[in-house]
Design a protein around this ligand. Structure first.
Ligand code: 0X9
Ligand code: ZN
Length: 307
């Protein structure tokens, strides 16, 4: 039995992925779509009914930042919920027919493994790429490394936890995601990237000079999703464009996905508001996941019904 309300090290998450395939062979496959700097596999679960028809898709990634452990926990919970409810809820059954969900439970695998190593590495954020010439620190912030107006409002100091890399897509992880999604880009309705912490629902752009053409739609969907979140345990999520609510910067996966043409692109910052920060206690995994699920469900239902 997989315990959804504990944090799991990488090998257990990999085992869990295969468990999902075993439990729902009609709906779930594992897709390996990349390799990390340290040569670990980056995998996702593709979830949906194979109808033989071309389908629209929803993207979700968790764990682009190593220390944000609640994010991979949420991806696991999300997968369990959609699989369970597809058997009981006609609406989810329909979504499984019409959509494919691509869920990467841990995107920054090297960083995540490193954050599990010991107490001194628990708060690692970046990848584990080699230090660039003339600099002594390892790792790139993968959420500054995408090809979206790269290197505006970011750090080029390789020792910064927000180091953007030596160039756009300099990192293998970023490249693999770009190539994988790029080849299917017209199929994706929705791009959700899960972080912590701060309780926010953000949408493009993080770069201050750009406004999304569908800003009004993104705002409306985000506000309704935040309301759905609040209904579950009363938690308030702030809503808005990333550059207003948090801070302006470029090279995020969210901005990149929207520039690629994926209309419904959102960043979730899960619990909490700073009391425990990245080290969210395990007794908050369940309520965090329950409320975030409600917000995500609103967004994917909207995407499905619109398509
Ligand atoms: O800074 C980040 O990458 C995200 N916050 S975190 O504390 N999880 O590191 C914010 C991502 C928001 N997205 C954009 N501004 N595009
Ligand atoms: Zn993050």
């Amino acid at each position: 039995e997989h315990d959804y309300f504990r944090y799991h090290p990488m090998p257990e998450i990999t085992d869990w992925m295969w468990l999902m395939v075993e439990d729902h062979p009609d709906l779930v496959t594992v897709v390996d779509y990349g390799r990390t700097h340290e040569n670990r596999t980056i995998s996702l679960l593709k979830i949906g009914l194979d109808t033989g028809l071309k389908k629209k898709a929803v993207w979700m990634d968790c764990g682009i930042h190593a220390r944000e452990w609640i994010a991979p926990a949420f991806c696991q919970y999300f997968v369990r919920q959609i699989l369970q409810t597809s058997k009981t809820d006609p609406k989810m059954e329909l979504m499984m027919k019409n959509l494919d969900f691509y869920v990467t439970p841990v995107f920054n695998v090297d960083g995540y493994v490193y954050s599990w190593k010991d107490n001194t590495t628990r708060l690692w954020r970046k990848s584990r790429s080699a230090s660039p010439p003339g600099c002594d620190c390892q790792g790139t912030d993968l959420n500054r490394n995408f090809d979206s107006n790269w290197a505006v409002g970011v750090s080029s100091n390789c020792c910064s936890s927000r180091y953007c890399g030596t160039g756009p897509m300099s990192e293998p992880e970023t490249q693999f995601l770009t190539y994988f999604m790029g080849s299917w880009k017209d199929d994706f309705l929705c791009f959700l990237t899960i972080h912590s912490f701060g309780q926010m629902l953000l949408f493009p752009y993080g770069h201050p000079n750009f406004t999304a053409s569908n800003y009004a739609e993104l705002m409306e969907v985000a506000l309704a999703a935040a309301e759905a979140i609040q209904e579950v345990h009363g938690m308030i999520y702030k809503v808005g464009i990333a550059s207003d609510v948090i801070y302006p910067f470029s090279g995020s996966s969210q901005d990149w996905a929207h520039m690629l043409g994926i209309p419904l692109t959102f960043t979730f910052e899960l619990r909490d508001n700073g009391t425990f920060g990245f080290e969210l206690p395990e007794d908050q995994i369940q309520p965090s996941c329950e409320e975030a699920y409600s917000g995500v469900l609103h967004i994917i239902t909207y995407a499905h019904d619109k398509a």
